[in-house]
Design a protein around this ligand. Sequence first.
Ligand SMILES: Cc1cc2nc3c(=O)[nH]c(=O)nc-3n(C[C@H](O)[C@H](O)[C@H](O)COP(=O)(O)OP(=O)(O)OC[C@H]3O[C@@H](n4cnc5c(N)ncnc54)[C@H](O)[C@@H]3O)c2cc1C
Length: 413
Amino acid sequence: MRSATTIIIGAGQSGLAMSRHLTALSIDHVVLERGEVAHSWRTERWDSLRLLTPNWQSRLPGYAYTGDDPDGFMTMPEVAAFLQRYAELSTVPVVTGTRVTQVRQDGGGYELSTSRGAWRCRKLVIASGACNVATIPSLSAGLPPKVTSLTPLQYRRPDLLPDGGVMIVGASASGMQLAREIQATGRRVVLCVGEHVRMPRTYRGRDIQWWMDVTGMMAVRYDAVEDIGRARRLPSLQLVGTPERVTVDLNSLRKSGVELVGRLVGLRDGKAQLSGSLANLCALADLKMKRLLAGIDGWVSASGLAERFPAPERYEPTAVGPETKLSLDLIAAGIGTVIWATGYRPDYSWLDVPVFDRKGRIRHDGGVVPAPGLYVMGLPFMRRRKSSFLDGAGDDAADLAAHLNQGLARAAA
Ligand SMILES: Cc1cc2nc3c(=O)[nH]c(=O)nc-3n(C[C@H](O)[C@H](O)[C@H](O)COP(=O)(O)OP(=O)(O)OC[C@H]3O[C@@H](n4cnc5c(N)ncnc54)[C@H](O)[C@@H]3O)c2cc1C
């Protein structure tokens, strides 16, 4: 059995950033990766996807984007190349093609079964991703057999879809982007809208991510918010990264022909049952966006920088149309595919350590898991609002590597 002081599972940005910090602390470690570096970005994203975070925000410890388009948005091959280069420059000890199939506690450490033999370690960092599995509501069982069911992890591009219209469930980043792309090919697209976070791409001449960064919103810590459970469950922002830096919101989708309906609440006898809450949910999202923009304006004024930026902008309220549909006969409407853009979750089916809550979520305090020497990374709002983003891995890795190092030092003493 091979061994290392620390094993990191996963060579995405989280695992690579952690490796960089462990190397700086001279802690012997390996990174076990089932595929190759940036495997999720290479294999689990649709063809046209670009980051929704601007290039300048692709920052990792000791490494950042240095190209000539800092305000642009990387394609998936560009993200994979960016991370591959980082792994090489940081001489990350990645063992590729090695899937971890079971983790058990063993004395003071952990024993790992993998597709290529067993490993033992004292400290274990789970950096295997937060979006391994698409969350599909149980009501999907009522889908007529004729209708194809897909998730954003399976979707690649419109021309691979079965014939017919498409119903997309969920209007956060993934759902909005897929609705826009599929509608542009002339298909009928129905978008089921639940709770969502509306956001303009640019505001007062800057990218919205720039404002969230500079005002400190992305760096807010998990122990500084009132209801961290709710903050962690918030849907992703309605944003898309395009070379034209367009804002995609429900108004623009509706204008382009996407039909907006309420939250999907049931599927029976071939009919989708829809909630009548669409107008309310949109009004709430409009209100929250206004509050966020007012917060930015407040920050600008308080910093005495008002002269440096264009005047505050306000946006049209979301228009949902005159009538609220409460039911849609999928077959009669010609819907051939339903795409469940209803969120993602991690897969820890291989983790045989009692660290889960009753909903199957891993318990942790800012990434420190309640089992000796066990850490997790990359989860939404794990230590900071930016924890699950490329830009968030570095700070979290620094904190957790320091914690891990202290544990080793205590044991040595
Ligand atoms: C559609 C989509 C768009 C996104 N867009 C952005 C964006 O624009 N900007 C941004 O900052 N973030 C974005 N994110 C969020 C986040 O940055 C990505 O999910 C990112 O991939 C997370 O990095 P990670 O290192 O935490 O996990 P991952 O990149 O998922 O890396 C985990 C690694 O672990 C490996 N692994 C998993 N299980 C095992 C196992 N059992 N054994 C061995 N290896 C294993 C995987 O192969 C993978 O390489 C997006 C996420 C999604 C889903």
